[in-house]
Design a protein. Sequence first.
Length: 228
Amino acid sequence: MSGTGQYSDLYDILGYVFTDEALLREALTHPSLEGGKQYQRLEFVGDRVVGLVIAEWLFDYYQTIDEGGLASRHTNMVRKETLAEVAVAMKLSGFIHMAKSTEDNGGRNKPTILADVCEAVIGAVNQDGGYLAAQKLVRKFWKGYISRETIAQRDAKTRLQEWVQARHIPTPKYVVVDRTGPAHDPFFTIEARIDDMSPATGKGRSKREAEQDAAAKLLSRIEKDKVR
């Protein structure tokens, strides 16, 4: 599939050619450029479209997983970090219209801007070609995420929090038990603790990474105990 003009390469990447190219330009225009339409309104649409497409997809793909498991996967598939990764796969950075000052400040590679533009482009496809065209686009670029188990594990703290809340158990505590390495490159060992359970130990180069690791290990133990 191929289009013409300044966006022809992008059309090839997306696998979609716009009927109304003005919508695509709007989706690629950062708020730093004044005097025309910027991407915020299309970003609003794209956010909702991505959320619905992913929700329906997860529902069909994981037919034996409960609502909590679907929710944790959904959260990670629509998070800003994932959207920024998809924007890189779409090669959107080079197509964004922005003020020179924003570009000079590294705007083209800022994850928040990339994530916003990704949603805006999907919103533009939805407005130009309808929901099925947007659904096809989302499934094309998220297919590497749908079956990835780490999608759920990356937000293990949220899943663990949901588990204790459902059982009216006090909130998990995360305790730093060791820190090694220089100040600029620390390595943390952290325990995730829940009342009346043995703690699980996680490790990582940031507190957040170590906490997620500890929470994932504690969840894994809970799952194993459940099937015994």
